[in-house]
Design a protein around this ligand. Structure first.
Ligand SMILES: *Cc1c(COP(=O)(O)O)cnc(C)c1O
Length: 386
């Protein structure tokens, strides 16, 4: 299959080197950047920030959106606003990007690692329920870990590579146990559970617009929520907690300098104008790739049930660690960028003492999952313009 895949990939993407995911700037990006510079509003106040927030809220079906400097900062603030206090514990996945766990740590909390489902690669509601029944007890002030004695104050599931996890079931379990739910939707802009956008099942969700994500602002993030009070708090705390006043500098708590600059938001506004087209192209590409791998008896990951994945990063599940290593070496040696899934968080020095449930599926996937090139092919957007 390796040689056939190489030929297939070169045919779709062209060029001598095929990256995993590159940004596309084929719309109004340049114009909006110039507008920004001409307006003198280049930092964290400006019309483009508000416009980008409104566009993102409308697209995801959220009432409010607050733009931040990056996705990690958005997660950090969301976790704190959800009521997580230093010393608390927060349930998440071991199979995720490091940012999820780092944000939990910035809030002074400790991650608890629960297994993922094999088909979605996202947090498993069955494993979550089992973990809580075995390890947690509900008290007047919330849910506590019977082993550590600590409060379990939040749960942060992640929609891996844009494939929606079983978030409706997770939301029910979190409600039953009185645990705040924050979705890490950094990878799932444009991914839906039925008609509902990922990130609309908990009290808040956070996005990322880093250069490798579906759309980019250079660096950037966003908190989305339907709660006006949380939205207001998020805006306040990411703007150094400055009390509004025409000229006095008064800050009434320790805030963060986490707001997205207008320059970055300008890029975001232009990218949002192409979002539906980017998604359509990526889904067409995924269908092509899926057909190829079906014919070659390789598991190509697809969304479950009636869900819709953005196919941010197309994903294969290979037969073994050995097969994975061979595939990675062959493709990368031949100018086609492929990557393994992350090393489990529970194996990293900072998180190896954290409590887990055994992580059977996470360990299995860690050995077998790879990402393959998933960019919008060169010129594909321009073709749509004609
Ligand atoms: C990209 C990403 C983030 C946020 O990353 P930033 O680079 O800080 O924008 C958070 N969680 C996951 C799962 C991600 O993939």
């Amino acid at each position: 299959m390796h040689k056939e895949f190489l030929a297939f990939a070169k045919n779709i993407f062209g060029g001598s080197f095929i990256p995993l995911h590159r940004p596309v700037f084929e719309g109004n990006e340049r114009q909006y950047l110039v507008d920004c510079i001409d307006s003198n509003f280049v930092s964290s106040v400006g019309a483009k920030v508000t416009e980008f927030e409104e566009k993102l809220a409308a697209f995801t079906g959220s009432k409010y959106a607050v733009a931040t400097v990056n996705g990690t900062a958005a997660l950090h603030v969301a976790i704190e606003l959800a009521g997580v206090k230093p010393g608390d514990e927060v349930i998440s996945q071991s199979l995720t990007f490091i940012a999820t766990c780092n944000a939990i740590s910035y809030a002074g909390a400790k991650p608890l690692f629960v297994d993922v489902d094999l088909d979605t690669m996202g947090l498993s509601p069955a494993a979550l329920k089992r973990f809580l029944e075995q390890n947690a007890e509900k008290k007047v002030r919330g849910t506590y870990n019977k082993i550590s004695g600590k409060k379990i104050s939040a749960c942060v599931p992640m929609h891996t590579f844009g494939f929606p996890c079983r978030i409706a079931e997770i939301a029910e379990i979190c409600a039953d146990w009185d645990i705040a739910l924050i979705e890490d939707v950094a990878e799932s802009l444009g991914s839906f559970v039925g008609n509902r956008h990922t990130g609309t099942f908990g009290s808040m969700a956070t996005l990322s617009f880093n250069g490798n994500k579906l759309i980019t602002t250079g660096g950037g993030g966003m908190i989305i929520t339907n709660d006006s009070e949380l939205a207001e708090r998020a805006k306040y705390i990411t703007t150094t907690a400055k009390v509004p006043h025409p000229y006095e500098f008064v800050h009434d708590e320790i805030g963060y300098n986490y707001r997205m600059p207008n320059l970055n938001a300008a890029l975001g506004c232009a990218q949002m104008e192409r979002l539906n087209e980017i998604l359509a192209i990526k889904i067409k590409l995924a269908n092509q790739l899926g057909e190829f791998f079906d014919q070659n008896d390789v598991r190509f990951v697809r969304a479950i049930d009636e869900n819709k994945a953005n196919h941010w990063l197309n994903t294969l599940v290979l037969d073994s660690r050995e097969e994975r290593d061979n595939f990675l070496k062959f493709t990368n040696d031949n100018g086609v960028m492929t990557r393994p899934i992350w090393t489990l968080m529970s194996k990293l020095p900072m998180y190896k003492e954290c409590q887990t449930d055994g992580l059977e599926n996470s360990l299995w996937l860690e050995d077998r999952v790879v990402n393959i090139p998933s960019s919008v092919p060169d010129g594909a957007l321009k073709k749509l313009d004609k």
